[in-house]
Design a protein around this ligand. Structure first.
Ligand code: NAD
Ligand code: MG
Length: 388
């Protein structure tokens, strides 16, 4: 009889999904993948399912699902957003890894937590948009949210259960940012940067959307909101620190002045394995840290003048309610427009600012309203893109 932890991986063809499959393959049978999902990349999904012996997949794009079903008659293929939902609720795994990109991950986050299933969360956008509703849902069903973002996995390890129950001992928490490919650039220099240059991240290899978010520093803004919800710490006590080497992932400052930090070579398999194996740890073949060889670690304040998206995120975070959902939706539209060459780099923040100005912050009462806010913010952002 197998006592393996049964895992569903959503967004299995992406950067995080593929690395998660690697973590599972190295787990000596402790983890078993029972379902996979992707949006439209059906060939890669079927290949991954075959390679890992996974019996069921879901494709949120129905056309792609039809093709997968034809090409893979021995497997089960579910279709559409409904197919992704039923992959979770019917298989009822022990753990769902949500590695979908964007607010499209909100529905699956809600289904997972509503079912009382533990959630390994790479899809920060669902926590940013869903905020306190997502946290309340997890608390109501007893499902755990295990962060896969490297900074938050670091903080979860530093805070640990004992300090969680004594929150007064933590004065501040700090998430680090590489600063992205344009660290040190002025506003003027950023006016003409290309998508190609923005996609060249100095320390991490990731999907296109988060790579652009790292270049604008909006990613750190999303992570600020993510940290606030995960650790229930007020925004005034969460710092963002630029650290170009991406060796220190998170720090906590204690009330006796001591500071604890989590360090390691940048490799997402570390936080992925932390979440998938939690509360155990697994051995990984990642590069070991050689501080003497690295020689020095650098830190600086983020430049909010050159990278206004981070300031916009903090403002939306403080406004609360639906504002982070607007921030996220407008950013998704703007990032895709930038990737297609329709707008320049500075216009990403301008589009977000316009959507936030227009839609403000309403109280957050129910998930249904969030989907409407997301849609309204996207419409506004598309108009702003067309004018830019
Ligand atoms: P990616 O673009 O490489 O992969 C995205 C995955 O989501 C793919 O499998 C794709 O098929 C699926 N997908 C795309 N659109 C979808 C939709 N509308 N509905 C359902 N599925 C959809 O992205 P990634 O870099 O792996 O990032 C995934 C998530 O993890 C993001 O939220 C990102 O912010 C977060 N994250 C990523 C990294 C990283 O190193 N890549 C680090 C920290 C956090
Ligand atoms: Mg991160």
């Amino acid at each position: 009889m197998s006592s393996a932890r049964r895992v569903v991986i959503l967004g299995a063809t992406g950067s995080i999904g593929v690395q998660a499959l690697d973590v599972v393959a190295r787990s000596h049978g402790e983890l078993e993948v029972v379902g996979l999902s992707a949006h439209s990349s059906w060939e890669a999904l079927v290949a991954a399912a075959r390679a890992a012996g996974v019996p069921a997949v879901a494709l949120s794009d129905p056309d792609a699902a039809a093709r997968a079903a034809a090409a893979w008659p021995e497997g089960e293929v579910l279709a559409g957003a409904e197919g992704v939902r039923s992959l979770i609720s019917r298989l009822h795994p022990d753990l769902v890894l949500n590695a979908i990109v964007g607010a499209a991950g909100l529905g699956p986050t809600v289904v997972t937590l509503a079912e009382g299933i533990d959630l390994a969360l790479a899809n920060k956008e669902s926590l940013v948009a869903g905020g306190e509703l997502v946290v309340a849902l997890a608390q109501a069903t007893g499902a755990q949210i295990l962060p896969v973002d490297s900074e938050h996995a670091a903080l979860a390890q530093l805070i640990g259960p004992e300090r969680r129950s004594a929150p007064g001992t933590i004065e501040r928490i700090t998430i680090t940012a590489s600063g992205g490919p344009f660290r040190g650039y002025s506003r003027e220099q950023l006016a003409d940067v290309t998508a190609e240059a923005a996609l060249r991240h100095p320390t991490w290899s990731m999907g296109a959307k988060i790579t652009i978010d790292s270049a604008t520093l909006l990613n750190k803004g999303l992570e600020l909101i993510e940290a606030h919800h995960l650790f229930e710490i007020p925004y005034e006590r969460i710092d963002v620190l630029v650290h170009p080497q991406s060796i220190v992932h998170g720090l906590i400052t204690l009330h006796d002045g001591g500071v604890l930090a989590h360090l390691g070579c940048p490799d997402m398999r570390v936080p992925i394995a932390f979440a998938l194996h939690h509360p155990d740890r697994a051995e990984l073949p990642v590069a070991r840290l050689d501080l003497a060889q690295i020689g020095r670690l650098d830190f600086e304040e983020p430049d909010l003048d050159a990278f206004p998206a981070l300031a916009l995120a903090r403002a939306a975070a403080l406004a609360g309610g639906t504002a982070p959902c607007v921030l996220n939706a407008a950013n998704e539209v703007a990032v895709h427009a930038f990737l297609r060459g329709e707008i320049g780099f500075p216009a990403i923040a301008a589009v977000i600012a316009e959507a936030l100005d227009e839609l403000g912050a309403d109280p957050l009462r129910e998930f249904e309203a969030l989907f409407d806010v997301d849609r309204a913010a996207r419409e506004l952002a598309r108009e702003a893109v067309a004018r830019a």
